[in-house]
Design a protein around this ligand. Structure first.
Ligand SMILES: [Zn+2]
Length: 255
């Protein structure tokens, strides 16, 4: 039959693990959200490049329509020039036609520049699309891993809670109440005595208490300084027979 302290240590170990699992389970949704947020930057980069490309296309159509308008204007001016009555009128039309031709040259130059720019932009869009696809696959994988983790954590927690219930049944309700109360206040409830000092607060344990700890191994003692339940590691009856007459495995015994 294991001593109450051995059982409490087991309960404490289970409580620590249950606590770890619970905080991991609680944090995983936030973790998943942060994984998904990685996509936002990639989507924004793609949208920006697509917007610039669309702007480029709009500019291109505008320039092309300008070229068309000026060509029509030239045709009209040429008709009018043919009907010119004076040399001055003829030269004025000629001058205006030349002005339109110069404008067309400028538009066409910009059209060429725009086309080159569009090529670069198209390359950027393709790259952004490919990057996004790669990241989406990575994110899907990471989300899957995180979701699977939640499931295994939940299963482990359920098992640990069952183990805890079985362990708790082995100690008296009053001991369990003391454990719960100390744990609630201090975060942990049981500490070993190491080199004659409390393993939690490191305050020296009085010789009389040390003697009682060695002698009355079936009783529960608390540290007079921090209030944690204390035990001598070498004196535990954890249900397993350990032959240790020389005290080799219990450095605190007789030290
Ligand atoms: Zn203490």
């Amino acid at each position: 039959m294991p001593s109450e302290i051995s059982v409490l240590l087991r309960v404490q170990e289970l409580d620590q693990r249950i606590g770890e699992l619970t905080s991991e389970i609680d944090n995983l949704p936030r973790h998943v959200a942060s994984i998904k947020a990685r996509l936002a930057a990639h989507r924004q980069a793609l949208e920006r490049t697509q917007a610039i490309l669309a702007e480029n296309g709009k500019e291109q159509r505008h320039l092309e329509s300008q070229v068309g308008d000026h060509k029509q204007k030239i045709a009209k001016l040429q008709d009018q020039m043919n009907g010119a009555k004076t040399n001055e009128q003829f030269r004025a039309f000629q001058h205006e036609i030349q002005f339109c031709k110069d404008a067309i040259d400028q538009f066409e130059e910009r059209i060429l520049e725009n086309m080159e720019q569009a090529e670069t932009l198209q390359t950027n869009v393709s790259k952004a699309v490919a990057d996004l696809e790669v990241e989406e696959a990575k994110v899907a994988r990471d989300v899957k891993v995180a979701s699977a983790r939640i499931e295994t954590d939940k299963q482990e927690r359920t098992q640990k809670q069952l183990d805890r219930k079985a362990a708790v049944a082995q100690v008296s309700p009053s001991t369990m109440q003391a454990y719960e109360r100390i744990r609630r206040v201090r975060g942990t409830a049981v500490a070993p005595v190491i080199d004659e000092s409390c393993g939690a607060c490191h305050v020296r344990v009085r010789p009389k208490v040390l003697q009682d700890l060695r002698r009355l191994t079936d009783r529960i003692f608390t540290c007079e300084s921090c209030g944690l339940i204390v035990y001598l590691p070498g004196t535990l009856d954890d249900g397993v027979q350990i032959e240790d007459p020389a005290g080799d495995m219990a450095p605190t015994r007789g030290a």
